[in-house]
Design a binder for this molecule. Structure first.
Ligand SMILES: NC(=O)c1ccc[n+]([C@@H]2O[C@H](COP(=O)([O-])OP(=O)(O)OC[C@H]3O[C@@H](n4cnc5c(N)ncnc54)[C@H](O)[C@@H]3O)[C@@H](O)[C@H]2O)c1
Ligand SMILES: [Zn+2]
Length: 363
């Protein structure tokens, strides 16, 4: 169906977007210099749905698949769960050329990727993302991490996969709320880099929510192209890659205040993007029409815009702790128009407070 090439200095790879692509993974592995054993890491929701199909494909291609199933949820992005994956890898005798395959959402991709980056100083890594968020965002770009009790994603590595297989058909079983969470990141790509795509999303919102397979495949492929282009320019997030954090400064604060449970990441990003749009128009960086268009598309996709009742001071406290803060200045990614953003530190606390009061209003 589609292929997106991620071109990096010394480890380029291909993202395949194919209906029933799960069954193609083994065949594609045959083209790579892997040894026979492979470890599939998945979670207890995804395993009964898709681990058998993937393991069959891997076995039919002549490999020996082992499967490790972890608990679903963010709690598994921990050093304790990573240790279980290391133990499994050692006990089945994975060697330097044995691939670790992540089958699941962003939690599994980040966890398995972290293990692949560090086990034996790095073994081959394959991503088979099964949530929309993982398909359009976390499986592309090579960031891997686990969480620490003192903060999210604090322990990790940049580590690129050798192959990403996106099968849009697995989205059929994805819970509605998870689909919408992924759509927040999808909208983000339109806002930061592609007005035509933003327009496409606005016109196809209904079909997307009804999971029209052709439209979803088109959406996934555009997002992967956009992210791959940004990552190719700045693999390690020193400059242009920062635009991918649009909406995320406020989102991280919302997630923190909500204890990472009230809003999921995509919902927090939706609130953060609405906040960033309001901030952009109030600073005169973009028109009111542009920020209203963002608000309307988020609402059309059924995403939240505000976090009623959240404390402004508490949110501001989290802004200051965000790990993207350099020299105690927040790097704000703000809109100049749909499809165009800029990065600035020149935002006063007063201006942020005005936006926060709009985001936290209870009526
Ligand atoms: N590495 C990156 O660049 C990057 C980018 C964005 C987010 N992330 C990380 O991704 C994580 C969030 O990922 P997520 O939203 O995919 O969450 P997730 O991995 O927890 O998956 C969400 C839920 O959906 C279930 N699920 C997955 N696929 C399914 C399917 N096809 N059918 C039915 N159920 C399915 C999972 O079991 C889980 O309960 C966070 O930890 C975040 O930090 C990483
Ligand atoms: Zn995100």
């Amino acid at each position: 169906m589609g292929e997106v090439r991620v071109s990096l200095a010394d480890h380029s790879y291909t993202i395949y977007i194919q209906a029933a692509g799960l069954k193609q993974v083994g065949r594609l592995m045959q083209e790579m210099p892997f040894s026979k054993k492979a470890l599939i890491v998945t979670d207890a929701n995804v395993s009964p749905l898709y681990a058998g199909i993937l393991a069959d494909s891997v076995a039919t291609a002549g490999f020996i698949p082992h499967i490790l199933v972890v608990e679903p949820g963010e709690g598994s992005k921990s050093l304790a769960t990573a240790d279980k994956v290391f133990t499994k890898a050692i006990s089945i005798g994975l060697d330097r050329r044995s691939p670790i395959i992540a089958l699941g959402g962003g939690v599994i991709g980040d966890l398995a990727g972290f293990v692949a980056a560090t086990y034996l100083r790095g073994v081959p890594f394959i991503q088979v993302p099964t949530t929309l968020l993982a398909q359009v965002d976390s499986s592309v770009g090579g960031k891997t991490a686990v969480n620490h009790p003192l903060g999210k994603n604090l322990i990790g590595a940049f580590y690129q996969p050798q192959l990403v297989m996106i099968d849009p058909l697995v989205l059929d079983t994805l819970p509605e709320r998870e689909l919408k969470a992924g759509l927040a990141e999808v909208i983000k790509y339109g806002v930061i880099a592609d007005a035509g795509f933003f327009d496409y999303l606005t016109r196809h919102a209904d079909m997307i929510l009804k999971r029209n397979p052709g439209v979803l495949a088109e959406v996934i492929s555009r997002c992967c192209q956009l992210k791959a282009a940004v990552v190719a320019q700045d693999e390690r997030e020193t400059s242009v890659r920062m635009i991918l954090n649009f909406g995320h400064t406020i989102a991280h604060a919302v997630e923190g205040v909500g204890g990472y449970s009230e809003y999921n990441h995509g919902e927090a990003v939706a609130i953060g993007m609405y906040g960033a749009a309001l901030l952009s128009s109030s600073l005169g960086l973009c028109s009111t029409a542009a920020s209203t268009a963002v608000q309307q598309l988020l609402a059309a996709m059924g995403l939240p815009l505000t976090a009623p009742g959240y404390g402004i001071n508490e949110l501001l406290g989290y802004l200051a702790r965000d790990k993207k803060v350099v020299d105690s200045k927040v790097n704000w990614v703000l809109m100049q128009d749909i499809g165009r953003v800029t990065i600035t530190q020149d935002v006063s606390e007063e201006q942020i407070r005005v936006v926060m009061s709009q985001l936290t209003r209870t009526n």
